[in-house]
Design a protein around this ligand. Sequence first.
Ligand code: ZN
Length: 116
Amino acid sequence: MSTQEGSCHCGAVQFEWDGPTDEAMSCNCSICRRKGYLLAFAPMDALRVSTPTEALATYTFNKHAIQHQFCTTCGCAPFGVGKTPDGQEMAAVNLRCVPGVDLDNLKINKVDGASF
Ligand SMILES: [Zn+2]
């Protein structure tokens, strides 16, 4: 898998992503539907943020299991961070913020998060 570069819209948040770029999760839960997330998942070391962390703010809700991160300047939400049930730190990257990804050719895995 090749490394892809991603960013928020204004460029204050930039990152490299070694995780999957051929499929994404599309979920109908309360936050995914509003953000329009198309998320790909990999262990945390697949995500390298190359800009200062002060550019990011964190939003959590419900059980606060996932740190939804967004750019404090342009509001884009390029990734989130969470833990698997066995404690492994995972990154969830919004492939809409990775310009090299062909969104029309993504395999979309629909998740009914609203029913969880
Ligand atoms: Zn930004």
